[in-house]
Design a protein around this ligand. Sequence first.
Ligand SMILES: Cc1cc2nc3c(=O)[nH]c(=O)nc-3n(C[C@H](O)[C@H](O)[C@H](O)COP(=O)(O)O)c2cc1C
Length: 300
Amino acid sequence: MNTKVNLAGVELKNPVMTASGTFGSGEEYSEMIDLNHLGAVVTKGVANVPWPGNPTPRIAETYGGMINAIGLQNPGMEVFIKRDIPFLKQYDTKIIVNVCGKTTEDYIEVVERLADEPVDMLEINISCPNVKEGGIAFGQDPKAVEAITREVKKYAKQPVIMKLSPNVTDIGVMAKAAEAGGADVLSLINTLTGMKIDINRRTFAVANKTGGLSGPAIKPIAVRMVYQAANAVKLPIVGMGGIMNAEDAVEFILAGATAVSVGTANFRNPYAAEETVRGIEDYMKKYQVKDIGEIVGAVR
Ligand SMILES: Cc1cc2nc3c(=O)[nH]c(=O)nc-3n(C[C@H](O)[C@H](O)[C@H](O)COP(=O)(O)O)c2cc1C
């Protein structure tokens, strides 16, 4: 049975990775699960300088999911490189660094700084709904998506995953724009912009007013968008959005995802990513799938 998948020349032992911002750089989770079992660890967003994030409260529960407006709090690339890369290097898994920025120059500074670090791939977040500048400002206009992709590709030494926003009218247009800019891989979906109101306090549940909705509530939208993106471009796709277990992951793979990310599920069940790896193997045994590639995009 072959569970290996190839993303732009990078071979993952299986298609399961962690979704950025839900797994730190794996330190806390490594006390519970074996990071060696994961296809890849995708880190929290890293910027050129430390970002303080948004005012609190920054998280609220919703039916079948959560709203977050963390605002990409992170310690900046120098701390990340010194502290988190050596930690992750201890494991036999691929390292994918999620990059955030407010301007094109910010993104490029991080990408250039990571060029000689032992990082397998870069995931460029142009889809965070919780920061005013950058993030989603790049991700909602196809011309901007193509332009930032092209710029990043000029400087990147590692293959580039462009992370797309679901907060758009036509995901196929965005996928094609990233492909035209030279993206190696696409990942989707980031969170959907949502709002929750606390009726007792008569105010917004998160201080930012709006936040990103994630978790099983968004899964059908995510599966639809992965299907549409996979059919719009030739690039491999990393699918995510509400994956709680292997059954959910297989759904994304059948829709066209070569790999999948487990996100919000990690908060509810820290074993979710590892269980998803084993569950995909069980599915392959049950249906006599010899190579995971056989089922990528098998539903048309
Ligand atoms: C608390 C939290 C923090 C997140 N931080 C990031 C981030 O730093 N960069 C990024 O690209 N996506 C970030 N995301 C989005 C997730 O990686 C993922 O795209 C989204 O949550 C959908 O997947 P899920 O429903 O499985 O969580 C974050 C999501 C959550 C819930």
